[in-house]
Design a protein around this ligand. Structure first.
Ligand SMILES: [Zn+2]
Length: 300
């Protein structure tokens, strides 16, 4: 049973003073889920439903986006965009609104790009940044927002984007290196692509070898059934207008293929376990907060 002392309303009731911390967060605002990703739109595909779910439960959801995705491709030729980074920042803000979560924290690095758009010579491109520097920034956020739960990319960076790999490494390092805090993060989860999902995505023409990028079902420690957040997740995806246009991979699919692809992304969101300071009372877990003692009032 949820503990009424910690219900969302009582949390809000205590949230009356102006916070004086670097990112504007109060320390006494449990429970908190920190999600760290690389580009605007990373969150919508892999964890959009999960973030919407926990926000609705009264969990404080803090989304960190390392770049503004400024090296992305504009996939909607009808859009006139002069500053892609600013545009994608706004798209992510709109996507957060659609999911019902607060505005994101940007770490102000640059998108490294892919293929012909790779930014080898940009010192702020995430691939050229010292992982320790990135870890230090993430650690500062952890110290301020004191999340019990951290979510980030898996060791393959989803489909292998170098920025995703950097974020995975730095966030994982930050989880482990904050163990000395009075209230250290309790669990680290990775967004997991199962073999079955990777196979389905591969069938739609993406060069995603399921034996490399997929994980076995046995590695899935939490499967979030997010079907009831389909509308919000679709709205969040649609908010990323530059990326979801008619020239995007999704946009170029025939309708029946697109629907099948949407079913893959909208039905459930899977997580593997990257680390835990709390005991794991069952496997798989009932939710991201399952077994995390001091936030047991989160009804997963
Ligand atoms: Zn990305």
């Amino acid at each position: 049973m949820p503990d009424p002392r910690h219900s969302p309303s009582s949390i809000n009731a205590t949230d009356t003073e102006t916070p004086e911390t670097p990112f504007g967060y109060r320390h006494d605002y449990p429970p908190t889920l920190l999600a760290v990703f690389a580009h605007p739109d990373d969150e919508a595909f892999s964890v959009g439903g999960t973030l919407a779910h926990y926000a609705e439960k009264g969990v404080r959801v803090v989304l960190v986006c390392a770049t503004r995705g400024e090296a992305g491709k504009i996939t909607d030729p009808s859009m006139t965009v002069t500053d892609l980074g600013a545009q994608r920042e706004q798209e992510l803000r709109n996507a957060c609104d659609a999911l019902g979560i607060p505005a994101p924290i940007f770490l102000d690095y640059h998108d490294s790009g892919r293929a012909e758009r790779v930014r080898h010579d940009d010192p702020l491109a995430l691939m050229n940044v010292d992982v320790f520097e990135l870890e230090t920034k993430i650690r500062a956020i952890i110290e301020e927002v004191q999340p019990q739960i951290i979510v980030t990319f898996d060791p393959h960076g989803g489909y292998g984007h170098i920025d995703h790999l950097q974020v995975h490494r730095a966030t994982s390092a930050a989880f482990f290196s904050t163990g000395h805090l009075p209230k250290p993060p309790q669990r680290l989860y990775f967004t997991a692509l199962t073999h079955a999902v990777a196979e389905q995505i591969g069938r739609f023409g993406n060069d995603l070898d399921p034996t490399v990028y997929g994980v076995s079902d046995k590695s899935v420690v939490v499967r979030m059934d997010v079907g009831r957040y389909t509308d919000r997740k679709k709205a969040a995806l649609a908010a990323h207008g530059t990326q979801m246009g008619p020239e995007s991979r999704m946009g170029q699919m025939p309708p029946e293929q697109r629907e099948a692809m949407e079913r893959v992304f909208l039905g459930g969101e899977n997580f593997s376990l990257g680390g835990s300071r709390a005991s794991v009372p069952r496997y798989p877990l009932g939710g991201l907060f399952d077994g995390v003692d001091f936030v047991m009032y989160v009804d997963d």
